[in-house]
Design a protein around this ligand. Structure first.
Ligand SMILES: Cc1cc2nc3c(=O)[nH]c(=O)nc-3n(C[C@H](O)[C@H](O)[C@H](O)COP(=O)(O)OP(=O)(O)OC[C@H]3O[C@@H](n4cnc5c(N)ncnc54)[C@H](O)[C@@H]3O)c2cc1C
Length: 398
């Protein structure tokens, strides 16, 4: 008997999963998506998030494939869920200070949190709370949780166990194979009542029993969820303009874990002399690191075939390695798909500054998808979702 990996880290595997899921992405998904029947039985959701998170398969491809099979009305729920990812990315891009707040608070709590025994019990799945303990263990073992389980888990963490939301978000960031700065941080904030100020998510035992088919009936859950508070978030900034690379200019292509499908980000005729593929996933997260490392090898092979240039996998985004590769390729320009707010964007910003004295320009080009949707993430998702269909350019199919 083979033990197939849950998330085979190749683009072909992601496309295969997409093709298999497309028939179920219409009304079946809308009706069944909230149920979590447990590991091995989750045919009601796509489990595409690791590929989407790294853009090994893009949002545009997923939405196109689904709308080629279903009307917009039938697939609206699934399309909206895919666009939640885009929305969270855009929301954080317009307010990078919220990511800085999270990382600062995480650093302080890691150094000085007093409830370390309670924290260790929660992370080990040893609290005695049915469901919660199972999800903690499933997360560590598999790198995945169903969306509803993520919501229940975060709610119990914050309102029943009274642990800091930032440490819960950090626990997810260290174990989810799809660990994502925007989707994770902002979802935890949403549960805590920070994202939509005053509006919290309360996990209820009857709701958990219903949507887990009676697998879990937790006792002693908090019966109220008072929203956490914080200083008001900054007003949304304007989206910074993308880089101005002229597509005739010879360049080194840089691929990071933020966007591993350069074939749809750049023309096949782009004059890339060479490519570097960074194989680093989320820091301190073995599942993410393993997924991205294998995906980087897959991407290098595809890049060589598609762009006809040599591609080298490197372990980290390092300015000295970038400068050496640019010099070896005899170019002064490095081009990469823009990275949204998070550790990769921070590393790219540092590398850009370090490369300047050497006469090498590092240019981030934003995808049309992001340029189109992100400016609409200024308010809540309700306003954003009204824009989805017109922005996709889909006729209204009844
Ligand atoms: C507390 C919490 C933390 C989360 N952390 C992450 C994270 O680090 N990385 C991550 O990718 N997702 C995160 N999510 C969002 C969501 O839970 C996962 O994207 C989803 O469960 C992945 O499973 P799936 O591919 O089967 O989803 P499906 O239900 O099949 O949805 C299809 C796709 O839509 C997107 N999507 C669906 N729901 C959401 C959502 N609520 N927010 C954003 N995108 C969504 C994903 O790309 C997903 O692959 C989090 C949600 C919560 C409540």
């Amino acid at each position: 008997m083979t033990n197939a990996p849950l998330f085979p880290p190749t683009r072909a595997a992601g496309l295969g999963r997409l093709a298999a899921f497309v028939p179920r992405a219409g009304r079946d998904y809308a009706q069944g998506r909230n149920a979590d029947p447990g590991p091995g039985a989750r045919h009601n959701v796509s489990q595409l998030s690791p590929w989407l998170r790294h853009r090994l398969v893009t949002e545009a491809e997923v939405v196109d494939a689904v709308l080629a099979r279903h009307s917009f009305a039938a697939a609206e729920k699934f399309v909206q869920e895919v666009l939640w990812r885009t929305y969270w990315k855009g929301w954080l891009e317009l307010r990078p200070a919220i990511w800085d707040r999270y990382t600062t608070e995480r650093g302080a709590l890691r150094a000085g949190f007093r409830g370390t025994r309670d924290l260790a019990r929660a992370e080990a799945g040893a609290t005695g709370i049915a469901g919660f303990d199972d999800w903690a263990q499933e997360l560590v073992a598999t790198g995945y949780l169903h969306n509803h389980a993520r919501m229940w888990f975060a709610s119990i963490w914050i309102f029943t166990l009274r642990l800091p939301w930032v440490l819960g978000a950090d626990f997810f960031m260290r174990h989810l194979v799809d660990a994502d700065p925007a989707s994770n941080t902002l979802s935890w904030r949403w549960v805590a009542g920070l994202q939509t100020p005053g509006k919290t998510y309360l996990a209820r035992a009857d709701n958990i029993a219903r949507y887990t088919d009676g697998r879990f009936a937790p006792q002693g859950l908090a019966t109220t969820a008072t929203a956490l508070t914080e200083p008001p978030p900054p007003a949304p900034a304007a989206l910074a303009p993308g880089g101005d690379w002229h597509p005739d200019q010879p360049a080194l292509l840089l691929v990071t874990s933020e966007d591993m499908h350069p074939e749809s980000a750049f023309a096949a005729t782009s004059p890339f002399r060479a490519a570097l593929i960074v194989s680093a996933g989320a820091p301190g997260n073995a599942a993410s690191q393993a997924f991205v490392a294998a995906a980087a090898a897959d991407t290098a092979a595809r890049v060589e075939a598609h762009f006809g240039c040599p591609a080298t996998v490197v372990p980290a985004l390092d300015a000295a390695a970038l400068a050496a590769a640019a010099a070896a390729a005899q170019v002064t320009v490095i081009v990469t798909a823009a990275a949204p707010v998070g550790p990769t964007a921070t590393a790219l910003a540092a590398a850009r500054i370090a490369l300047q004295p050497q006469g090498v320009r590092l240019i981030e080009r934003r995808r049309a998808w992001d340029t189109r949707f992100w400016p609409h993430a200024r308010k809540g998702f309700f306003a954003f979702k009204e824009q989805i269909e017109p922005l996709l350019g889909q006729p209204l199919l009844l």
